[in-house]
Design a binder for this molecule. Structure first.
Ligand code: ADP
Ligand code: MG
Length: 636
């Protein structure tokens, strides 16, 4: 019997209960991964202790052989996992095993709908962690004592995983953590040495810490009784850090399991890249692209970066100095031989070695993505998850701009779907003869872009236009000017120079139309004086009566809206109205002799041009009134 003091019963944080629920739903067909999670935690705890011992050797308390011990008892239906890692004190236990620390989790869980709560893939957002023990255990006990603290600071934690846990003070001379699982009825199969060994092999072989289990004794019970033997333990995993082994000795499954260990992700990675660099700098990196974006990809304080080791000693999680922000979704480990063991976040921030590694790792990560881009379906899935983040790249990382641009994907008039699947290289390959520009349009949403009147001439000529409607697009396009020597042209801005796409004959025709429309242009300009900077005859339009064009250096409608929503005051910039004189409405306008009717019609034409590209009207009520008046007239 343990002597317990200060026993208290506390409730789990509401989100923990939700997570537990989600987990039990999700893991019914994959229960055995609870062991991977507990071993992963024991391994982390040993890494942390080892690191601390570099500056505080006393903390080892004379016991430096770090290891994990795994035992089971068929009769009692228990599994016991012991580590001699850093351990936890009372506060640690309450906060680590009673709450979810990751910022934004609570909010995320609160916003889940009923169906989503049942979605097993969601669990991948969190990693399953310690609580997965409850998938097989009806009760979990934790005995732990933090390294460096006295034996009487031991903690005994017990819970049935149903909303509350009890915590008490116990005497524990032994440093580290022991976890006892009391198996649920029906889960007894796990209290079996061979079963546990095979689970360790499958999921935790890569753990660098030795995992010990009792040697199986094959003698009969009688023999055992006659000649009792002291229990003998043996190491059941490979127990070398995975990244230190050579690539051709590591199986895909081992790479995948290692990813789950370091990323706390429940799903497999989309791809990985393992490299050893020798020479002036020496380091090993193992980088992974996840399959799914975490819910906090856009939270500023969300953890990101690599797990950093120096000569195999764990230094820190989330070392974000080795990759640029636009690659924040990349996970992995970095083991450096050049950095000092006492390296701190401050040192990492201004260090030439770190800078050099960062640029090399960035290249590696981009190469890994280029390779992934070769697998169409995988890259499509990747792009859906992380494309928006990659679009931050061209502005953030000038030196790799061309490479990043090559990785971007867009919707286009040619692909015929809202899905972003067209690369710039594909676009260039499909260019029309005489075309030397990459044409694009930005709008509030895909439909507005795809149906914009600005596209008419391009449709007629069969020239492809990239359709952009993501929030970052207009901002991104403001930062880049060309790709492989071809400049980008926003077709809704400035004078449209179609270069040699337009034939000499067409140019001549255009001039003639301009001449014959001079009067109409003048009248329109007068009628719309307060709303347009200019009225012009268009060569973009074939079907629509008119469209709006902003100045080559003016902000587009999308950017304007973003800035205005952010409370920025912007200088007024009036668009140019371009008209299509061959449209019947224009012919009708030309024939209109009454000035006030002309002015009403002109306003309607202007408003419709604005609407058709997804703009918001300044005075929608006035527009509706005019349209209604016109309708009534025709219905009379
Ligand atoms: P994660 O490993 O993703 O942080 P877990 O749910 O697996 O999440 O574990 C929660 C926390 O509990 C860990 O971060 C760690 O602080 C603590 N913990 C769990 N197991 C141990 C252990 N064996 N030794 C020390 N601390 C532990
Ligand atoms: Mg864990």
């Amino acid at each position: 019997m343990t002597v317990e003091a200060k026993k208290e019963t506390l409730g789990f944080q509401a989100e923990v209960k939700q997570l537990l629920h989600l987990m039990i739903h999700s893991l019914y067909s994959n229960k055995e991964i609870f062991l991977r999670e507990l071993i992963s935690n024991a391994s982390d705890a040993s890494d942390k202790l080892h690191f601390l011992s570099l500056s505080h050797p006393d903390i080892m308390e004379g016991e430096g052989d770090l290891k994990i011990r795994l035992e089971c008892d068929k009769d009692k239906k228990t599994i016991t996992l012991t580590d001699n890692g850093i351990g936890m004190n009372r506060e640690d236990v309450i906060s680590h095993l009673g709450t979810i620390a990751k910022s934004g989790t609570a909010e995320f869980l609160r916003n889940l709908t009923g169906d989503q709560k049942k979605d097993s893939r969601l669990i991948g957002q969190f990693g399953v962690g310690f609580y997965s023990a409850f998938v097989v255990a009806k009760e979990v006990e934790v005995f732990t004592r933090k390294a460096g603290e006295p034996a009487e600071n031991g903690v005994h934690w017990v819970s049935q995983g149903e909303g509350e846990f009890s915590i008490a003070q116990v005497n524990r001379p032994q440093r580290g953590t022991t976890i006892v699982l009391h198996l649920r009825d029906g889960e007894e199969e796990f209290a079996d040495g061979w079963r546990l060994r095979s689970i360790v092999k499958k999921y935790s072989d890569h753990i660098s810490l030795p995992i010990e289990m009792l040697k199986e004794d094959f003698r009969s019970d009688e023999e055992k009784e006659k000649e009792p033997q002291a229990p003998e333990f043996e190491v059941v995993n490979k127990a070398t850090a995975l990244w230190t082994r050579s690539r051709n000795e590591i199986t895909d499954d081992e790479y995948k399991e290692f990813y789950k260990h370091i990323s706390h992700d429940f799903e497999e990675p989309a791809s990985w890249s393992h490299n050893r660099v020798e020479g002036k700098q020496e380091y090993t990196s193992l980088l992974y692209v996840p399959k799914r974006a975490p819910f906090d990809l856009y939270h500023r304080e969300a953890p990101r970066g690599l797990k950093l080791y120096v000569q195999r000693v764990f230094i820190m999680d989330d070392a974000e100095q080795f990759l640029p922000l636009y690659l924040r979704f990349i996970k992995g480990v970095l083991d450096s031989s050049d950095l000092p063991l006492n390296v701190s976040r401050e040192i990492l921030q201004s260090n030439q070695t770190v800078e050099n590694m960062k640029s090399a790792l960035t290249k590696r990560a981009l190469d890994m993505l280029s390779k992934l881009a070769g697998e169409e379906e995988s890259y499509k899935a990747f792009w859906k998850q992380f494309g928006q983040v990659l679009k931050e790249g061209p502005a953030e990382d000038y030196s790799n701009r061309e490479k990043i641009l090559g990785l971007l994907r867009f919707a286009s008039t040619q692909s015929g779907t809202a899905e972003q699947v067209v690369s710039l290289d594909q676009y260039i390959e499909r260019m029309k003869e005489g075309q030397d520009k990459i044409y694009y349009i930005t709008a509030e949403n895909h439909n507005a872009a795809a149906n914009s009147p600005h596209l008419e001439i391009f449709r007629k000529k069969g020239v492809e236009v990239l359709l952009m409607s993501d929030r970052v697009d207009e901002w991104m396009m403001g930062q880049i000017f060309d790709y492989k020597g071809k400049s980008f042209i926003n077709i809704a801005k400035g004078d449209l120079d179609l270069g040699s796409i337009e034939t000499e004959e067409e140019k001549k025709q255009q001039e003639e139309v301009e001449k014959s429309s001079e009067d109409l242009v003048k009248r329109l300009k007068a009628a719309l004086e307060s709303r347009v900077s200019e009225v012009k005859v268009s060569h973009r339009l074939t079907d629509s009566p008119a469209c709006l064009v902003v100045g080559a250096y003016d902000m587009g409608a999308q950017m304007r809206q973003i800035m205005e929503a952010a409370g920025q005051k912007l200088p007024d910039s009036k668009p140019t109205l371009e008209i299509n004189p061959s449209h019947p409405l224009m012919e009708r306008l030309t024939a209109e002799v009454q000035d006030d009717r002309f002015s009403d019609l002109a306003s309607v034409v202007f408003d419709q041009a604005a609407l058709s590209e997804g703009r918001v009207l300044d005075d929608p009520a006035a527009y509706v009134k005019r349209i209604n008046a016109l309708l009534l007239e025709t219905l009379r």
